[in-house]
Design a protein around this ligand. Structure first.
Ligand SMILES: [Zn+2]
Length: 255
């Protein structure tokens, strides 16, 4: 399998977790105004139009025959309750995902210690919990933790803060077939402006970044963990449904 020479930067740059103080309840975060329905409908219509069949031909690829018309039909049928349309808009109607690992988990190393001021070992626990929440979906990509970074396929590291208004970043690479080959996550201990992240916020941020790691992209649904500005603290039904739908599709373009 040929591997693309470039590294793909996931669109995770907008993340910023609110309610960063330990004593700040999530409900104290100022909610975003509701998304106008007509805008949502327009967005969905555009996305679904993008996966509407242009011609009902069966295309042949190196990976075998892929009936893209049938895939687009499946996506249209199963899009309800997901934000697959948001992702397809960002990805030029292509699905990026890890290959089916046939029960072999991805090895994940989480940096266990850090000299970053205010770093707490509890952050490591929160990131592990975040991986476990995604793992509970039993997708074709599962996770296991390793102590040796040299033997890990995924690395999670800590920094003090980013030099831009984000709190986490995920970079992954894919091959020519849109299969993700490796990924790394960086989490900040402090917000851009210096506020310390609490453990709940750290877990939410990790949930968001792991979403990117498995191939999800941002959604306009502010009640989901994949909103660019994370305002919730756990996976939504839409997060789960979108991940399941992606992993029921082959990687690659739907058009
Ligand atoms: Zn993001």
């Amino acid at each position: 399998m040929k591997r693309a020479a470039f590294s793909f930067l996931s669109l995770s740059l907008g993340i910023s977790v609110l309610g960063a103080h330990r004593s700040t309840p999530i409900a104290a975060s100022k909610p975003l105004p509701a998304r106008p329905l007509e805008r949502a409908a327009g967005s969905l219509a555009r996305a679904l139009a993008a996966v509407m069949p242009r011609a009902t031909t069966t295309l042949s690829t190196d990976a075998g025959d892929v009936d893209r018309a049938a895939l687009r039909k499946k996506v249209r049928r199963e899009a309800t309750g997901t934000y697959i349309s948001d992702i397809l808009l960002e990805r030029d109607s292509s699905v990026a995902r890890w290959p089916d690992r046939h029960g072999v988990p991805l090895t994940v190393w989480i940096q266990p210690r850090s000299s970053v001021p205010d770093f707490e070992p509890g952050f490591v626990t929160q990131v592990r919990e975040a991986f476990e929440q995604w793992d509970a979906l039993h997708l074709p990509v599962r996770f296991s933790f390793v102590d040796d970074s040299a033997h890990a396929e995924v690395h999670v590291r800590w920094i003090d803060h980013f030099d831009e208004p984000i709190s986490g970043r995920t970079r992954w690479s894919r091959d020519d077939d849109w299969l993700i080959t490796d990924g790394n996550i960086i989490l900040a201990v402090h917000h851009y402006q210096g506020e310390l992240l609490d453990e709940d916020a750290m877990r939410a941020m990790a949930l968001h970044e792991i979403g990117h790691l498995i191939g999800l992209d941002h959604t306009t649904d502010t009640l989901s963990i994949m909103a660019p500005r994370v305002r919730v603290r756990s996976l939504s039904d839409a997060d789960r449904a979108t991940a399941r739908l992606i992993y029921s599709l082959p990687a690659g373009p739907l058009n």
